[in-house]
Design a protein around this ligand. Structure first.
Ligand SMILES: Nc1ncnc2c1ncn2[C@@H]1O[C@H](COP(=O)(O)OP(=O)(O)OP(=O)(O)O)[C@@H](O)[C@H]1O
Ligand SMILES: [Mg+2]
Length: 524
C-alpha cells in the first residue's frame, strides 16, 4: 500500500523470526535506481509486481517487461487465497485489499499488446550496430549510410529504407569512398545480410511508424494512478539482442526526451529492466560506458531504473554502484563460483550485527529477501531480512480474453495498431532510379534482392517491379524533409544524436509532430 511518501515493501524480522518493522522504499529516492536479484523461483517477479503496484498507486507510471507472461496478472485483482492472507498478516498489511492496476500492454509483434515501434532514424547507427552485431568496419559503413541519408534528405523509417539505402551505396561505392572513406562493398553486403536476419526475427514489425511516443508510457489514470506498461517479452526473448536493444532504446529515448527535474518528490517513471544480464552480456566496452552514463544521468530526469537479474555479478560494477535500493532474494552456494557470487552480493550490503549476510542469502525462503533502501540523506539502510508483502493484484497470468479486454479499453487503443508506410528513402530512391538519377536498380544490387515487407495485402505482381502506392506528400512532410536536410547538413550529426546515438529532440520534433498528426489525440 502506498503511503504519502513511501512504498510498503514488507516486514523485516528479528533474529527469532518475529515481526520487527515495516520496510519501505522512499519515493523521493525512487529515482536512485535499484536491483532485484535472486535464483529462479525465489520471488523476483512478485517483488517486481509489488514495487510496480506501489509506484502506480503513488501516481508513478511504470514500464516493465513480462518475460514469462506471469506479470500480466497485475491487470487483474488478486484473490483471497490462504497463503496470501497468511503473508499479509505476517507483514501486518492492514487492510489487505485486492485490486488491479491500470495496465497498458505492449508487444513488438502486436499480438499480446499494442505494437511498439521505432524508426531506423530514431534508433541511430550505434544501437543498430549492436542489434545486428556488426563489426567495426560494418558499423563505419552504417554511420556513412546515416550521414548520406541526412545530407540527401532521405528518411530512414523502416528496414526497407535502410536496405535500399545500402543498395544505393553499393552502386556508388567508388564515389562515396572518395568522399567519406572506405565504403567497402563486402561490408555493405554483410549489413544487408544482417538486416535480412533481423527482419525475420521481428525487426520488420518493430521498425516503422507510428513510432512510440514516449509520453504514452507516462500516463496516469483518471484516479491519479500511474499506468503500468507491460511489454510482452516471451516471444521477444527468442532474440535476446533485439530485446535488450529495444529496452536500451527506450531508456535513451526517455533520457533524450525528458527535461531535467533535479531531485523530484517521486520519480516521473520507473523502468524495470528484467533479464538485465542480456544488456551487459558481450556488450562492447564503448557501449557499456554509455549505458553506465545514461543510467547515471537519467536520475536527474526523474527516471528510476531497476535491474532484475539472477545474480548481482551480472551487472557491471560501475552500474551496480549506482543502484541504491536493493532486494536480494535467495541464492544457492554449492559451487565455488556460486559461493563467490553470494559473497559479492553480501559485500554490497551495509551489514546488520544481528545476522551474517552471506548465510542469510543462502537460507532465505520464497518471497523473502534481504532489503536495503536509501534512507534520509540517501544513505543505504542496514540490511534487513524481510518478508515481502503479497501483491494486491493477481499472481500469475491473465487469460487471453482478459488481456484482450484490457487492450480494448486501453487509452492508446487504435493509435498504434495500424502500421503507416509513408514516403521515405525506399520510395524516394526508387523514384530517383526511375528518373535515371541513380545507376542501376536500387532493389537488386550485388545479387541481393530486397525482402518483401508486405504489411497488409501484398500488391499483386510483387514489389520488384512496382512501386507501392506512395502516400501523398503533405506540406508538413515536405517541411520535415527540409528540416532533416538542414539539420543534417548544418548542425552535423554529433549535435543531433545523443549519448546512445538516438535522435535528439531538435532533430525529430518535426518528425514526431508529423506522425502524431496522424493519430487520435490522446484523451488522458
Ligand atoms: N511476496 C510474496 N507473497 C506471496 N507469495 C509469494 C511472494 N513472492 C513469491 N511468492 C510465491 O512464490 C512463487 C514464485 O515467485 P516468482 O514467480 O516471483 O519467482 P521468480 O524469482 O520470478 O522466479 P523465476 O526466476 O522462475 O521467474 C509465486 O508464484 C508465489 O506463489
Ligand atoms: Mg520471474
Amino acid at each position: 500500500m502506498a503511503q504519502e511518501d513511501s512504498i510498503f515493501i514488507g516486514a523485516s524480522r528479528k533474529p527469532d523470526d518475529s515481526y520487527q518493522r515495516a520496510e519501505k522504499l522512499l519515493l523521493k529516492y525512487g529515482n536512485r535506481h535499484g536491483l532485484i536479484t535472486g535464483a529462479t523461483g525465489t520471488g523476483k517477479t512478485v517483488t517486481l509486481q509489488v514495487l510496480a503496484e506501489g509506484f502506480s498507486n503513488a501516481g508513478v507510471p511504470v514500464f516493465c517487461a513480462d518475460i514469462k507472461g506471469d506479470l500480466s496478472g497485475i491487470a487483474a485483482p488478486g484473490e483471497a487465497k490462504d497463503f496470501l492472507l497468511k503473508r499479509a498478516e505476517a507483514v501486518k498489511l492492514e487492510p489487505y485489499e485486492f485490486h488491479e492496476t491500470p495496465t497498458i500492454f505492449w508487444d513488438l509483434f502486436g499480438e499480446q499488446g499494442h505494437p511498439i515501434r521505432a524508426t531506423i532514424s530514431e534508433m541511430g547507427p550505434l544501437l543498430l550496430s549492436r542489434l545486428m552485431n556488426l563489426t567495426d568496419a560494418q558499423e563505419g559503413v552504417l554511420n556513412i549510410a546515416f550521414r548520406i541519408a541526412d545530407e540527401e534528405g532521405l528518411l530512414l523509417l523502416d528496414l526497407k529504407d535502410l536496405q535500399s539505402m545500402l543498395a544505393h551505396m553499393a552502386t556508388r561505392s567508388v564515389e562515396l569512398s572518395a568522399r567519406y572513406g572506405n565504403v567497402n562493398k563486402a561490408s555493405v553486403g554483410a549489413i544487408q545480410r544482417s538486416l535480412l536476419v533481423l527482419e525475420q526475427q521481428g525487426g520488420a514489425s518493430f521498425f516503422g511508424e507510428p513510432a512510440l511516443r514516449i509520453a504514452d508510457l507516462m500516463r496516469t489514470s483518471r484516479d491519479g494512478r500511474g499506468a503500468v506498461n507491460v511489454l510482452a517479452a516471451d516471444r521477444l526473448m527468442t532474440n535476446p539482442r533485439l530485446y535488450s536493444t529495444l529496452l536500451l532504446w527506450l531508456l535513451s529515448e526517455l533520457f533524450e526526451e525528458l527535461p531535467e527535474v533535479g531531485d523530484p518528490e517521486k520519480p516521473r517513471l520507473v523502468f524495470f529492466f528484467d533479464e538485465a544480464h542480456l544488456l551487459f552480456n558481450e556488450a562492447p566496452k564503448a557501449l557499456l560506458e554509455r549505458v553506465e552514463q545514461v543510467v547515471r544521468l537519467i536520475r536527474s530526469k526523474g527516471v528510476g531504473v531497476y535491474f532484475v537479474t539472477q545474480n548481482p555479478l551480472d551487472v557491471p560494477e560501475t552500474v551496480l554502484a549506482q543502484l541504491g535500493n536493493r532486494i536480494q532474494h535467495a541464492l544457492r552456494a554449492y559451487t565455488p563460483r556460486e559461493t563467490n557470487a553470494v559473497k559479492t552480493a553480501a559485500d554490497t550490503f551495509r551489514p546488520n550485527p544481528d545476522f551474517n549476510t552471506f548465510q542469510a542469502i543462502t537460507s532465505l525462503g520464497t518471497g523473502e529477501a534481504l532489503v536495503s533502501t536509501l534512507e534520509e540523506k540517501g544513505i543505504p539502510s542496514m540490511v534487513q531480512r524481510t518478508l515481502i508483502r503479497p501483491p494486491s493484484s493477481r499472481i500469475g497470468p491473465l487469460t487471453p480474453e482478459e488481456r484482450q479486454r484490457v487492450m480494448n479499453a486501453s487509452p492508446v487503443a487504435g493509435q498504434y495498431d495500424q502500421m503507416i508506410d509513408r514516403e521515405s528513402a525506399f520510395e524516394m530512391l526508387q523514384k530517383r532510379a526511375g528518373q535515371g538519377g541513380v545507376q542501376g536498380d536500387t532493389q537488386k544490387n550485388g545479387g541481393w534482392t530486397l525482402p518483401d515487407f508486405g504489411n497488409g495485402p501484398a500488391p499483386t505482381g510483387g514489389r520488384q517491379s512496382q512501386p507501392r502506392p506512395s502516400n501523398r506528400q503533405t506540406v508538413t512532410e515536405a517541411a520535415i524533409k527540409s528540416v532533416v536536410r538542414s539539420v543534417g547538413s548544418t548542425l552535423g550529426r554529433e549535435l543531433v544524436r545523443g549519448i546512445l546515438g538516438v535522435l535528439r529532440k531538435q532533430g525529430r520534433s518535426e518528425l514526431i509532430a508529423e506522425s502524431q498528426s496522424k493519430r487520435d489525440p490522446a484523451d488522458r
